[in-house]
Design a protein around this ligand. Sequence first.
Ligand SMILES: Nc1nc2c(c(=O)[nH]1)N[C@H]1C(S)=C(S)[C@@H](COP(=O)(O)OP(=O)(O)OC[C@H]3O[C@@H](n4cnc5c(N)ncnc54)[C@H](O)[C@@H]3O)O[C@H]1N2
Ligand code: MOO
Length: 349
Amino acid sequence: MTASDNPKGEKTTVISSSSLREVKVEDAIGMVLAHDLTQILPGEFKGRLFSKGHVVVSDDIPKLKDIGKENLYVIELADTDLHEDDAAHRMAVALSGLNTTFGAPHEGKVSVKSGITGLACIEREVVDEINSLGEIALATIINNRVIHPGETLAATRAIPLIVPELKVQAVERIAMDYRDKHGRAPISVRPFRKLRAGLLTTGNEVFTGRIQDKFGPAVRAKLEALGSEVAEQRFVPDERHTIVKEIHYFLQQGYDMILVTGGMSVDPDDRTPGAIAEAGTDVVSYGTPMLPGSMLLFGYLRGVPIFGLPGCVMHDPYTSFDVLLPRILAGDTVVTDDIVAMGYGGLHR
Ligand SMILES: Nc1nc2c(c(=O)[nH]1)N[C@H]1C(S)=C(S)[C@@H](COP(=O)(O)OP(=O)(O)OC[C@H]3O[C@@H](n4cnc5c(N)ncnc54)[C@H](O)[C@@H]3O)O[C@H]1N2
Ligand code: MOO
């Protein structure tokens, strides 16, 4: 980047092969704005005060001064360079895929949004590779998060007002390589399958009617929020053989998923983990390095996902169950490494 002054005292900056000429706001009437101009009034407003393309009129001058603008840019864009808006747009086009949408650039940023309720699928290696190019930014949410229609999962932006097109071409190449290798875009949203679950609620205190069941409504709500359902709920006392029998009943019914609640901890009456194992489950993990939800058990019983759900799932909105359930609904096979990876960043209370 180089800078020089002309005889009128106007400064011109050369970025790459383009030039940015500074014009005093008092001399800018009739000029077309080269980019969006932002106002921030903490607690009141943050947004675009003037849009790119706006033609400056005399009434604008005090407003421009209020947001700290004494000078405005006139851009002469070289054909080897891109305006920030075009760079952000092209990055969004290259990176985003299935079930995503994006709109026009806003203050130099393009937001990629979800079109559905689903699982955000974001390749961390691609994000890191792109951000190591410099002068451009790609910010995303974390992989495998549940996302709803209209929520943003990624945003693209160029850092300077003008960037060499080569930078954006590098992003496009990285994205294309990923698409060729994996058959999908680096940023996409996977839909959920609609599964029917059998829910087995253990606990003498619930079975005998000493207390009212609170697991049923909580688990129903969590499944329904993601488009699945509890097809049948049954109640059993804390007896290992009865729990095993009812698990096998659910298996015969052909449910897509089996959920067993309560009795997951360390007391003598906590029979659930033993019963799930005795039923013939291939236990992927009993114990999950996340709080809440550390006493969760996950496995497969003749290919059917089966969970042992600890008490916290009943009252905490975000537990290890809420991390693993969406993975199952998206069609993933959960393996030990997935469980191991939940500990880092997994402390939520
Ligand atoms: N000494 C230890 N204490 C606890 C541990 C531990 O490792 N060592 N783990 C803690 C964790 S983490 C959890 S979570 C809880 C509960 O685990 P459980 O799944 O064994 O839950 P229960 O003992 O069956 O019940 C606990 C509590 O919840 C009530 N409950 C159970 N089911 C229902 C239902 N369907 N409706 C309404 N209420 C229900 C039950 O009556 C108990 O009050 O253990 C920690 N402690
Ligand atoms: O399994 Mo406990 O559920 O961490 O609170």
